[in-house]
Design a protein around this ligand. Structure first.
Ligand code: FAD
Length: 478
Protein backbone atom coordinates (compact mmCIF):
# COMPACT_ATOMS: atom_id res chain seq x y z
CA UNK A 1 0.00 0.00 0.00
CA UNK A 2 1.06 3.57 -0.58
CA UNK A 3 1.28 6.40 1.93
CA UNK A 4 -0.03 9.93 1.89
CA UNK A 5 2.11 12.89 2.93
CA UNK A 6 -0.32 15.68 3.70
CA UNK A 7 1.41 19.08 3.31
CA UNK A 8 -0.13 21.98 5.25
CA UNK A 9 2.01 24.75 6.79
CA UNK A 10 5.22 22.98 5.78
CA UNK A 11 5.67 23.56 2.04
CA UNK A 12 9.23 22.28 1.84
CA UNK A 13 11.17 19.09 1.09
CA UNK A 14 14.18 19.56 3.39
CA UNK A 15 13.84 19.08 7.13
CA UNK A 16 10.24 17.97 6.82
CA UNK A 17 9.76 15.25 9.47
CA UNK A 18 6.48 13.94 8.03
CA UNK A 19 8.00 13.56 4.57
CA UNK A 20 11.22 12.05 5.94
CA UNK A 21 9.29 9.43 7.92
CA UNK A 22 7.08 8.59 4.94
CA UNK A 23 10.12 8.16 2.67
CA UNK A 24 11.70 5.88 5.24
CA UNK A 25 8.82 3.40 5.00
CA UNK A 26 9.82 2.72 1.39
CA UNK A 27 6.17 2.82 0.27
CA UNK A 28 5.20 4.83 -2.83
CA UNK A 29 3.89 8.26 -1.86
CA UNK A 30 1.05 10.56 -2.69
CA UNK A 31 2.05 14.14 -1.81
CA UNK A 32 -1.17 15.98 -1.03
CA UNK A 33 -2.26 19.56 -0.41
CA UNK A 34 -5.87 20.33 0.47
CA UNK A 35 -7.38 23.77 -0.03
CA UNK A 36 -9.77 23.82 2.89
CA UNK A 37 -11.99 26.88 2.99
CA UNK A 38 -14.88 24.85 4.29
CA UNK A 39 -14.04 23.36 7.69
CA UNK A 40 -15.82 25.06 10.58
CA UNK A 41 -13.62 27.45 12.55
CA UNK A 42 -10.75 27.30 10.06
CA UNK A 43 -9.63 30.75 9.07
CA UNK A 44 -9.56 31.33 5.36
CA UNK A 45 -6.16 32.76 4.34
CA UNK A 46 -6.36 36.43 3.37
CA UNK A 47 -5.76 37.81 -0.10
CA UNK A 48 -2.01 38.41 0.20
CA UNK A 49 -1.43 34.99 1.80
CA UNK A 50 -3.43 33.28 -0.95
CA UNK A 51 -1.22 34.97 -3.50
CA UNK A 52 1.80 33.61 -1.66
CA UNK A 53 0.24 30.16 -1.30
CA UNK A 54 -0.22 29.90 -5.06
CA UNK A 55 3.46 30.62 -5.72
CA UNK A 56 4.61 28.38 -2.92
CA UNK A 57 2.52 25.41 -4.10
CA UNK A 58 3.87 25.94 -7.59
CA UNK A 59 7.43 25.80 -6.24
CA UNK A 60 6.68 22.73 -4.14
CA UNK A 61 5.15 20.94 -7.14
CA UNK A 62 8.32 21.71 -9.14
CA UNK A 63 10.55 20.34 -6.39
CA UNK A 64 8.48 17.16 -6.18
CA UNK A 65 8.56 16.69 -9.94
CA UNK A 66 12.33 17.03 -9.97
CA UNK A 67 12.38 14.08 -7.58
CA UNK A 68 10.09 11.92 -9.66
CA UNK A 69 6.94 12.73 -7.72
CA UNK A 70 4.11 15.26 -8.05
CA UNK A 71 1.82 17.37 -5.91
CA UNK A 72 -1.78 16.20 -5.73
CA UNK A 73 -4.23 19.07 -5.14
CA UNK A 74 -7.69 18.51 -3.71
CA UNK A 75 -10.25 20.98 -2.44
CA UNK A 76 -12.88 20.72 0.30
CA UNK A 77 -13.21 20.05 4.03
CA UNK A 78 -10.08 18.12 5.01
CA UNK A 79 -12.09 15.82 7.28
CA UNK A 80 -13.76 14.44 4.16
CA UNK A 81 -11.05 14.83 1.55
CA UNK A 82 -8.16 13.15 3.38
CA UNK A 83 -9.92 9.91 4.49
CA UNK A 84 -11.57 9.70 1.06
CA UNK A 85 -8.21 9.86 -0.75
CA UNK A 86 -6.80 7.31 1.69
CA UNK A 87 -9.60 4.90 0.75
CA UNK A 88 -9.27 5.75 -2.95
CA UNK A 89 -5.63 4.67 -3.08
CA UNK A 90 -5.81 2.04 -0.34
CA UNK A 91 -3.26 3.94 1.74
CA UNK A 92 -1.58 2.24 4.65
CA UNK A 93 -0.65 5.47 6.42
CA UNK A 94 -1.03 9.26 6.36
CA UNK A 95 1.83 11.47 7.57
CA UNK A 96 1.61 15.14 8.56
CA UNK A 97 3.26 17.88 10.63
CA UNK A 98 1.09 19.29 13.41
CA UNK A 99 -0.96 22.47 13.56
CA UNK A 100 -1.73 24.32 16.78
CA UNK A 101 -4.99 26.30 16.49
CA UNK A 102 -7.98 24.80 18.30
CA UNK A 103 -10.10 24.27 15.16
CA UNK A 104 -7.21 22.72 13.22
CA UNK A 105 -6.38 20.42 16.11
CA UNK A 106 -9.99 19.31 16.35
CA UNK A 107 -10.04 18.57 12.61
CA UNK A 108 -6.80 16.62 12.79
CA UNK A 109 -8.00 14.59 15.77
CA UNK A 110 -11.21 13.73 13.95
CA UNK A 111 -9.30 12.70 10.82
CA UNK A 112 -6.93 10.56 12.85
CA UNK A 113 -9.85 8.71 14.44
CA UNK A 114 -11.58 8.26 11.07
CA UNK A 115 -8.41 6.88 9.46
CA UNK A 116 -7.74 4.55 12.34
CA UNK A 117 -11.27 3.15 12.10
CA UNK A 118 -10.46 2.22 8.48
CA UNK A 119 -7.19 0.62 9.53
CA UNK A 120 -5.08 3.48 8.16
CA UNK A 121 -2.27 4.66 10.39
CA UNK A 122 -2.06 8.43 11.07
CA UNK A 123 1.38 9.65 12.07
CA UNK A 124 2.07 13.25 13.12
CA UNK A 125 5.24 15.23 13.84
CA UNK A 126 6.54 18.57 14.99
CA UNK A 127 7.75 20.20 11.79
CA UNK A 128 7.16 23.89 12.40
CA UNK A 129 8.26 24.75 15.91
CA UNK A 130 11.50 24.45 17.83
CA UNK A 131 9.59 22.70 20.62
CA UNK A 132 6.02 21.52 21.08
CA UNK A 133 3.99 24.03 23.11
CA UNK A 134 3.19 21.39 25.72
CA UNK A 135 6.86 20.55 26.24
CA UNK A 136 7.59 24.04 27.57
CA UNK A 137 5.77 24.43 30.88
CA UNK A 138 5.93 26.42 34.08
CA UNK A 139 6.96 24.70 37.30
CA UNK A 140 3.36 23.74 37.98
CA UNK A 141 2.88 22.39 34.47
CA UNK A 142 0.93 25.36 33.04
CA UNK A 143 1.45 27.57 30.02
CA UNK A 144 3.75 30.59 30.24
CA UNK A 145 2.15 34.02 30.10
CA UNK A 146 5.36 36.05 30.03
CA UNK A 147 8.02 35.84 27.34
CA UNK A 148 11.25 36.03 29.36
CA UNK A 149 10.68 32.98 31.58
CA UNK A 150 9.27 31.14 28.55
CA UNK A 151 12.42 31.82 26.59
CA UNK A 152 14.61 30.83 29.54
CA UNK A 153 12.76 27.51 29.66
CA UNK A 154 13.26 27.03 25.91
CA UNK A 155 17.00 27.69 26.16
CA UNK A 156 17.28 25.32 29.12
CA UNK A 157 16.13 22.47 26.85
CA UNK A 158 19.28 22.84 24.80
CA UNK A 159 19.71 23.13 21.04
CA UNK A 160 16.78 22.07 18.84
CA UNK A 161 17.09 18.97 16.66
CA UNK A 162 19.52 18.97 13.72
CA UNK A 163 17.69 19.56 10.43
CA UNK A 164 17.48 16.71 7.91
CA UNK A 165 18.21 17.15 4.21
CA UNK A 166 15.73 16.42 1.42
CA UNK A 167 15.45 12.97 -0.17
CA UNK A 168 16.92 12.83 -3.68
CA UNK A 169 14.16 10.71 -5.18
CA UNK A 170 10.62 9.90 -4.15
CA UNK A 171 8.70 6.78 -5.12
CA UNK A 172 5.28 7.81 -6.33
CA UNK A 173 1.89 6.24 -6.82
CA UNK A 174 0.89 6.94 -10.43
CA UNK A 175 -2.51 8.08 -11.69
CA UNK A 176 -3.96 10.01 -8.75
CA UNK A 177 -6.30 12.74 -9.95
CA UNK A 178 -5.42 16.29 -9.01
CA UNK A 179 -7.03 19.73 -9.34
CA UNK A 180 -5.13 22.28 -11.41
CA UNK A 181 -3.56 25.01 -9.34
CA UNK A 182 -4.77 27.80 -11.64
CA UNK A 183 -8.35 26.63 -11.27
CA UNK A 184 -8.17 27.46 -7.58
CA UNK A 185 -7.82 31.14 -8.53
CA UNK A 186 -5.73 31.94 -5.48
CA UNK A 187 -4.03 34.81 -7.27
CA UNK A 188 -6.37 37.78 -7.27
CA UNK A 189 -7.15 39.57 -10.49
CA UNK A 190 -7.73 42.77 -8.54
CA UNK A 191 -5.61 44.11 -7.03
CA UNK A 192 -3.08 42.83 -9.52
CA UNK A 193 -0.03 42.13 -7.42
CA UNK A 194 2.10 40.69 -10.15
CA UNK A 195 4.19 43.85 -10.25
CA UNK A 196 4.17 45.21 -6.70
CA UNK A 197 4.12 42.33 -4.24
CA UNK A 198 5.78 39.96 -6.69
CA UNK A 199 8.72 42.30 -7.13
CA UNK A 200 9.51 42.05 -3.42
CA UNK A 201 9.58 38.29 -2.91
CA UNK A 202 10.57 34.82 -4.14
CA UNK A 203 8.09 32.40 -2.53
CA UNK A 204 9.10 28.75 -2.18
CA UNK A 205 11.83 26.72 -0.54
CA UNK A 206 14.67 28.00 -2.73
CA UNK A 207 13.52 31.58 -2.10
CA UNK A 208 13.51 30.92 1.65
CA UNK A 209 17.08 29.59 1.61
CA UNK A 210 18.08 32.54 -0.57
CA UNK A 211 16.56 35.02 1.91
CA UNK A 212 18.40 33.32 4.77
CA UNK A 213 21.78 33.43 3.06
CA UNK A 214 21.25 37.02 1.97
CA UNK A 215 20.46 37.94 5.56
CA UNK A 216 23.58 36.22 6.84
CA UNK A 217 25.66 38.15 4.29
CA UNK A 218 24.02 41.59 4.58
CA UNK A 219 21.71 42.25 7.50
CA UNK A 220 22.79 39.70 10.06
CA UNK A 221 26.00 41.39 11.19
CA UNK A 222 24.08 44.60 12.08
CA UNK A 223 20.95 42.90 13.33
CA UNK A 224 21.36 43.73 17.00
CA UNK A 225 22.02 47.43 16.28
CA UNK A 226 19.72 48.12 13.36
CA UNK A 227 16.79 45.70 13.53
CA UNK A 228 14.46 48.45 14.76
CA UNK A 229 15.19 50.77 11.85
CA UNK A 230 12.83 50.55 8.90
CA UNK A 231 15.16 52.70 6.78
CA UNK A 232 17.80 49.94 6.93
CA UNK A 233 17.55 46.45 5.55
CA UNK A 234 18.70 44.76 8.73
CA UNK A 235 16.10 42.04 9.31
CA UNK A 236 15.76 38.71 7.54
CA UNK A 237 12.32 39.01 5.88
CA UNK A 238 11.95 35.32 6.55
CA UNK A 239 8.47 35.71 8.06
CA UNK A 240 6.35 34.61 5.06
CA UNK A 241 8.76 31.74 4.39
CA UNK A 242 8.43 30.60 8.01
CA UNK A 243 4.66 31.12 7.93
CA UNK A 244 4.26 28.69 5.04
CA UNK A 245 6.95 26.36 6.33
CA UNK A 246 9.21 26.80 3.32
CA UNK A 247 12.00 26.73 5.86
CA UNK A 248 11.87 25.30 9.38
CA UNK A 249 12.85 27.21 12.52
CA UNK A 250 15.36 24.41 13.21
CA UNK A 251 17.07 25.12 9.87
CA UNK A 252 17.17 28.83 10.65
CA UNK A 253 18.41 28.23 14.19
CA UNK A 254 21.34 26.05 13.13
CA UNK A 255 22.28 28.35 10.23
CA UNK A 256 22.52 31.23 12.72
CA UNK A 257 24.57 29.15 15.14
CA UNK A 258 26.90 28.19 12.29
CA UNK A 259 27.31 31.83 11.19
CA UNK A 260 28.10 32.71 14.79
CA UNK A 261 30.66 29.89 15.05
CA UNK A 262 32.51 30.97 11.90
CA UNK A 263 32.35 34.61 12.93
CA UNK A 264 30.00 35.99 10.22
CA UNK A 265 27.71 37.37 12.89
CA UNK A 266 28.42 38.30 16.48
CA UNK A 267 27.18 36.35 19.47
CA UNK A 268 25.07 39.37 20.37
CA UNK A 269 23.37 39.47 16.96
CA UNK A 270 22.77 35.71 17.08
CA UNK A 271 21.20 35.83 20.56
CA UNK A 272 18.94 38.71 19.56
CA UNK A 273 17.84 37.03 16.36
CA UNK A 274 17.18 33.67 18.02
CA UNK A 275 15.09 35.40 20.67
CA UNK A 276 12.92 36.84 17.86
CA UNK A 277 12.42 33.29 16.61
CA UNK A 278 11.55 32.75 20.26
CA UNK A 279 8.73 35.31 19.99
CA UNK A 280 7.32 33.28 17.14
CA UNK A 281 7.43 30.20 19.36
CA UNK A 282 5.84 32.14 22.21
CA UNK A 283 2.96 33.22 19.95
CA UNK A 284 2.32 29.55 19.12
CA UNK A 285 2.50 28.74 22.83
CA UNK A 286 -0.21 31.38 23.40
CA UNK A 287 -2.29 30.16 20.43
CA UNK A 288 -2.19 26.63 21.80
CA UNK A 289 -3.23 27.75 25.29
CA UNK A 290 -5.86 30.31 24.25
CA UNK A 291 -9.56 29.78 23.84
CA UNK A 292 -9.61 31.74 20.56
CA UNK A 293 -6.65 34.08 20.22
CA UNK A 294 -7.99 36.12 17.30
CA UNK A 295 -11.41 36.77 18.80
CA UNK A 296 -11.17 36.73 22.59
CA UNK A 297 -9.19 39.11 24.83
CA UNK A 298 -6.63 37.12 26.78
CA UNK A 299 -7.29 39.57 29.61
CA UNK A 300 -11.05 39.38 29.79
CA UNK A 301 -11.37 42.77 31.50
CA UNK A 302 -10.79 44.25 28.02
CA UNK A 303 -14.17 42.83 26.98
CA UNK A 304 -15.70 46.01 28.42
CA UNK A 305 -13.34 48.38 26.61
CA UNK A 306 -15.21 51.31 24.99
CA UNK A 307 -14.05 50.87 21.38
CA UNK A 308 -15.24 53.46 18.86
CA UNK A 309 -16.80 52.99 15.46
CA UNK A 310 -14.95 55.36 13.19
CA UNK A 311 -15.27 54.64 9.49
CA UNK A 312 -13.38 57.77 8.49
CA UNK A 313 -10.48 57.02 10.83
CA UNK A 314 -10.39 53.40 9.74
CA UNK A 315 -10.28 54.34 6.06
CA UNK A 316 -7.48 56.84 6.72
CA UNK A 317 -5.53 54.11 8.49
CA UNK A 318 -6.00 51.32 5.94
CA UNK A 319 -5.14 53.59 3.03
CA UNK A 320 -2.10 55.19 4.68
CA UNK A 321 -3.60 58.68 4.94
CA UNK A 322 -3.66 59.42 8.67
CA UNK A 323 -1.40 62.45 8.32
CA UNK A 324 1.27 60.78 10.50
CA UNK A 325 4.09 60.00 8.07
CA UNK A 326 5.54 56.94 9.83
CA UNK A 327 2.11 55.31 10.17
CA UNK A 328 1.24 56.14 6.57
CA UNK A 329 4.56 54.84 5.24
CA UNK A 330 3.98 51.56 7.07
CA UNK A 331 0.41 51.12 5.87
CA UNK A 332 1.50 51.84 2.31
CA UNK A 333 4.48 49.50 2.56
CA UNK A 334 1.92 46.87 3.60
CA UNK A 335 -0.30 47.52 0.58
CA UNK A 336 2.57 47.67 -1.84
CA UNK A 337 4.72 44.77 -0.64
CA UNK A 338 2.50 42.62 1.61
CA UNK A 339 4.87 43.18 4.51
CA UNK A 340 5.71 45.85 7.08
CA UNK A 341 8.75 46.38 9.26
CA UNK A 342 8.21 45.19 12.84
CA UNK A 343 8.81 48.56 14.52
CA UNK A 344 6.32 50.20 12.17
CA UNK A 345 3.80 47.40 12.73
CA UNK A 346 3.92 48.26 16.42
CA UNK A 347 3.47 51.99 15.82
CA UNK A 348 0.75 51.57 13.17
CA UNK A 349 -1.17 49.02 15.25
CA UNK A 350 -0.90 51.19 18.34
CA UNK A 351 -2.18 54.17 16.36
CA UNK A 352 -5.34 52.29 15.37
CA UNK A 353 -6.00 50.97 18.84
CA UNK A 354 -4.98 53.95 20.97
CA UNK A 355 -5.17 57.08 18.83
CA UNK A 356 -8.32 56.02 17.01
CA UNK A 357 -9.72 53.70 19.72
CA UNK A 358 -10.69 51.14 17.08
CA UNK A 359 -10.99 47.54 18.24
CA UNK A 360 -7.72 45.60 17.74
CA UNK A 361 -9.70 42.81 16.00
CA UNK A 362 -10.50 45.19 13.14
CA UNK A 363 -6.79 45.89 12.64
CA UNK A 364 -5.91 42.23 13.02
CA UNK A 365 -8.39 41.41 10.26
CA UNK A 366 -6.87 44.02 7.94
CA UNK A 367 -3.37 42.67 8.56
CA UNK A 368 -4.69 39.14 8.03
CA UNK A 369 -5.90 40.11 4.60
CA UNK A 370 -2.90 42.18 3.50
CA UNK A 371 0.21 40.53 5.02
CA UNK A 372 1.98 37.81 3.07
CA UNK A 373 3.18 36.50 6.45
CA UNK A 374 -0.31 36.66 8.07
CA UNK A 375 0.12 34.06 10.76
CA UNK A 376 -2.57 32.41 12.91
CA UNK A 377 -0.40 32.78 16.02
CA UNK A 378 1.86 35.82 15.52
CA UNK A 379 -0.79 38.15 14.14
CA UNK A 380 -3.44 37.91 16.86
CA UNK A 381 -0.83 37.55 19.62
CA UNK A 382 0.99 40.69 18.46
CA UNK A 383 -2.24 42.66 18.14
CA UNK A 384 -3.27 41.67 21.65
CA UNK A 385 0.19 42.62 22.85
CA UNK A 386 -0.12 46.08 21.30
CA UNK A 387 -3.71 46.55 22.48
CA UNK A 388 -2.78 45.70 26.05
CA UNK A 389 -5.27 42.83 26.20
CA UNK A 390 -2.63 40.13 25.71
CA UNK A 391 -0.92 37.92 28.25
CA UNK A 392 2.43 39.68 28.35
CA UNK A 393 1.14 42.92 26.93
CA UNK A 394 2.60 46.37 26.60
CA UNK A 395 0.78 48.34 29.28
CA UNK A 396 -2.14 50.24 27.76
CA UNK A 397 -1.03 53.56 29.27
CA UNK A 398 2.23 53.47 27.28
CA UNK A 399 1.16 55.14 24.09
CA UNK A 400 3.59 55.28 21.19
CA UNK A 401 4.17 58.78 19.91
CA UNK A 402 4.31 58.33 16.12
CA UNK A 403 6.36 61.50 15.69
CA UNK A 404 9.01 60.56 18.25
CA UNK A 405 9.12 56.98 16.93
CA UNK A 406 9.70 58.30 13.42
CA UNK A 407 12.45 60.67 14.50
CA UNK A 408 14.17 57.96 16.47
CA UNK A 409 13.96 55.01 14.06
CA UNK A 410 13.83 56.77 10.68
CA UNK A 411 16.00 59.79 11.55
CA UNK A 412 16.58 61.04 8.02
CA UNK A 413 13.12 60.09 6.85
CA UNK A 414 14.41 57.73 4.17
CA UNK A 415 11.66 55.20 4.91
CA UNK A 416 8.93 57.84 4.81
CA UNK A 417 10.31 59.26 1.56
CA UNK A 418 10.26 55.81 -0.04
CA UNK A 419 6.60 55.10 0.69
CA UNK A 420 5.13 58.60 1.00
CA UNK A 421 6.69 60.27 -2.03
CA UNK A 422 4.54 63.40 -1.74
CA UNK A 423 6.64 64.33 1.33
CA UNK A 424 9.97 63.42 -0.26
CA UNK A 425 11.20 66.99 -0.58
CA UNK A 426 10.51 68.02 3.01
CA UNK A 427 13.67 68.65 5.06
CA UNK A 428 14.55 66.03 7.71
CA UNK A 429 13.46 68.35 10.51
CA UNK A 430 9.81 68.30 9.36
CA UNK A 431 9.50 64.94 7.64
CA UNK A 432 7.75 63.36 10.66
CA UNK A 433 5.71 66.47 11.57
CA UNK A 434 4.70 68.21 8.33
CA UNK A 435 1.78 70.10 9.94
CA UNK A 436 4.28 72.02 12.09
CA UNK A 437 6.49 73.03 9.17
CA UNK A 438 6.56 76.76 8.29
CA UNK A 439 4.48 77.71 5.26
CA UNK A 440 7.48 78.59 3.09
CA UNK A 441 9.11 75.20 3.81
CA UNK A 442 5.91 73.41 2.83
CA UNK A 443 5.59 75.50 -0.30
CA UNK A 444 9.13 74.82 -1.35
CA UNK A 445 8.65 71.08 -0.83
CA UNK A 446 5.44 71.18 -2.85
CA UNK A 447 3.33 69.98 0.10
CA UNK A 448 -0.20 71.30 0.46
CA UNK A 449 -1.59 69.94 3.73
CA UNK A 450 -5.11 68.66 3.40
CA UNK A 451 -4.63 68.32 -0.34
CA UNK A 452 -1.38 66.72 -1.48
CA UNK A 453 -0.94 65.12 1.96
CA UNK A 454 -3.57 64.86 4.72
CA UNK A 455 -3.60 66.90 7.90
CA UNK A 456 -3.49 64.63 11.00
CA UNK A 457 -6.80 62.74 11.49
CA UNK A 458 -6.43 63.20 15.23
CA UNK A 459 -4.25 65.43 17.34
CA UNK A 460 -1.63 63.32 19.14
CA UNK A 461 -1.93 65.00 22.55
CA UNK A 462 -5.73 64.96 22.53
CA UNK A 463 -5.86 61.36 21.31
CA UNK A 464 -3.48 60.33 24.04
CA UNK A 465 -5.67 61.84 26.75
CA UNK A 466 -8.77 60.25 25.21
CA UNK A 467 -7.08 56.83 25.25
CA UNK A 468 -6.05 57.22 28.87
CA UNK A 469 -9.61 58.20 29.77
CA UNK A 470 -10.94 55.10 28.01
CA UNK A 471 -8.57 52.97 30.04
CA UNK A 472 -9.52 54.74 33.24
CA UNK A 473 -13.18 53.89 32.54
CA UNK A 474 -12.15 50.24 32.31
CA UNK A 475 -10.22 50.44 35.58
CA UNK A 476 -13.18 52.13 37.26
CA UNK A 477 -15.31 49.09 36.40
CA UNK A 478 -12.78 46.65 37.87
P1 FAD B 1 13.31 39.18 11.75
O1 FAD B 1 13.59 40.29 12.70
O2 FAD B 1 14.35 38.85 10.78
O3 FAD B 1 12.96 37.92 12.67
C1 FAD B 1 13.12 36.56 12.25
C2 FAD B 1 11.83 35.79 12.44
O4 FAD B 1 11.43 35.76 13.81
C3 FAD B 1 10.67 36.39 11.69
O5 FAD B 1 10.66 35.99 10.35
C4 FAD B 1 9.48 35.87 12.47
O6 FAD B 1 9.14 34.56 12.10
C5 FAD B 1 10.01 35.85 13.89
N1 FAD B 1 9.65 37.09 14.59
C6 FAD B 1 10.37 38.24 14.65
N2 FAD B 1 9.75 39.14 15.43
C7 FAD B 1 8.62 38.56 15.87
C8 FAD B 1 7.56 38.99 16.72
N3 FAD B 1 7.55 40.19 17.30
N4 FAD B 1 6.55 38.13 16.96
C9 FAD B 1 6.54 36.90 16.41
N5 FAD B 1 7.52 36.44 15.59
C10 FAD B 1 8.55 37.25 15.34
N6 FAD B 1 4.80 38.13 12.29
C11 FAD B 1 4.39 37.15 11.45
O7 FAD B 1 5.18 36.29 11.09
N7 FAD B 1 3.09 37.10 11.01
C12 FAD B 1 2.16 38.02 11.38
O8 FAD B 1 0.99 37.93 10.98
C13 FAD B 1 2.58 39.09 12.23
N8 FAD B 1 1.70 40.06 12.60
C14 FAD B 1 2.14 41.09 13.42
C15 FAD B 1 1.23 42.08 13.81
C16 FAD B 1 1.63 43.13 14.63
C17 FAD B 1 0.64 44.18 15.06
C18 FAD B 1 2.97 43.19 15.09
C19 FAD B 1 3.43 44.30 15.99
C20 FAD B 1 3.87 42.20 14.72
C21 FAD B 1 3.48 41.13 13.90
N9 FAD B 1 4.38 40.12 13.51
C22 FAD B 1 3.94 39.11 12.68
C23 FAD B 1 5.74 40.03 14.10
C24 FAD B 1 6.87 40.72 13.33
O9 FAD B 1 6.52 42.04 13.00
C25 FAD B 1 7.29 39.98 12.05
O10 FAD B 1 7.49 38.62 12.34
C26 FAD B 1 8.59 40.55 11.50
O11 FAD B 1 8.44 41.92 11.21
C27 FAD B 1 8.99 39.79 10.26
O12 FAD B 1 10.11 40.37 9.65
P2 FAD B 1 11.48 39.58 9.54
O13 FAD B 1 11.23 38.22 9.02
O14 FAD B 1 12.42 40.45 8.78
O15 FAD B 1 11.90 39.50 11.07
Amino acid sequence: AGSIVWFRDDLRLADNPALTAAVRTGAPLVCLFVLDDASPGHRRPGAAARWWLHQSLDALADGLEQRGSSLVLRRGPAALVVPQLAREIGAGAVFWNRRYGAAERATDTAIKADLQRSGVEAVSFNGNLLHEPWDIATRDGGAFKVFTPFWRAVLARGEPRRPASAADALARLPAVASDRLYDWALKPVRPDWSGTIAGSWTPGEAGALGALSQFLDDGGPDYADHRDQPDKRATSRLSPHLRFGEISPAQVWHAIRHAEAVGTISGRAAEKFLSELGWREFCYHLLYAAEDLRAVNVQRRFDAFPWRHDEVGLRAWTSGKTGYPLVDAGMRELLRTGWMHNRVRMVAASFLVKHLLIDWRTGEDWFWDTLVDADPASNPASWQWVAGSGADAAPYFRIFNPIAQGERFDPEGAYVRRFVPELARLPDAWIHRPWQAPADVLAEAGVVLGSSYPAPVVDHAAARLRALAALASLDAMA
